[in-house]
Ligand binder design. Structure first.
Ligand code: F6R
Length: 252
């Protein structure tokens, strides 16, 4: 695991976009794993700005999102499909049929999980997966206790996650109780992983990720077992991390 310490949200977003753009330039048919939430929005803005300015093309790129709320149609403004269209896909030249988000409205959600796994597998696997991190250490919607060998599955959202995400809904009652998420093993199969963290709200999660134990109580700790993870975190997120206590992590 490598840790890239940056000043603030803007620098985190720029650095993350730079890594993705370098990869896309090298491999025009890159398969990108994407995340939603507040954290990657700035990175997506950088990709859009670059697309407008330098014409970087996404015509051969395929994308695979981590998760989707159960019960929300892609036209629902709080669905992750809607979010991705709005903050990225509609502003670059990627054909929408090459963008994949689990279908939260599928009649049989279990079948949808299997279908999604097959879509990723048949694509040849994800080259680079982008992640945010929950305050409780969740990655995707893999909440504490999720086994490290989990594949795409349906999960009951932790109350803390529903509360954190209620800021996007009119009230907490409207936040779905379940979601479809790539499993931890699905995420770990990605060749390269970038995890972004910004702000004091992620400070405790950074201490656990960078200096804590590898345990299912803190799902992101599974990333310690992956060969190519870059954590890009800003000063506020790292404020409580003792950089002398990093074990087996390269600081850059
Ligand atoms: C989103 C996702 C979640 C978020 C996490 C952090 O697709 O999988 O794990 O990355 O909840 O969310 P923000 O960025 O809003 O703090």
């Amino acid at each position: 695991m490598k840790l890239l310490r940056v000043k603030n949200y803007e620098d985190m977003s720029k650095k993350g976009a730079e890594i993705i753009l370098n990869l896309i330039k090298e491999k025009q048919d890159t398969r990108l794993g994407l995340a939603t939430g507040s954290t990657p929005k700035g990175l997506y803005e950088n990709l859009i700005a670059d697309h407008k300015e330098h014409g970087t093309s996404y015509k051969s790129i395929r994308t695979y999102n981590l998760d989707e709320y159960a019960g929300l149609d892609g036209s629902h403004p709080q669905s992750y499909r809607y979010f991705m269209n709005d903050v990225l896909f509609h502003h670059i030249d990627i054909p929408l049929q090459q963008t994949h988000v689990p279908n939260g409205k599928a009649d049989l959600l279990e079948e949808e999980c299997k279908r999604y796994e097959a879509v990723i597998r048949e694509s040849g696997g994800i080259d680079l997966q982008l992640l945010g991190i929950g305050t409780n250490g969740h990655i995707g919607f893999n909440e504490p206790g999720t086994p490290f060998d989990s594949r795409t599955h349906i999960i009951e959202l932790a109350e803390s996650t529903r509360e954190a995400n209620s800021r996007f809904f009119d009230s907490i009652d409207e936040v779905p109780t379940h979601a479809i998420t790539m499993g931890i093993e699905t995420i770990l199969e990605s060749k390269k992983i970038i995890l972004l963290a910004s702000g004091e709200a992620k400070a405790d999660a950074m201490v656990k990720l960078l200096t804590g134990e590898v345990t299912t109580d803190f799902p992101a700790s599974a990333l310690r077992n992956h060969a190519d993870v870059v954590v890009i975190a800003d000063e506020a997120a790292l404020k409580d991390v003792d950089l002398d206590q990093l074990k087996g992590i390269q600081l850059r």
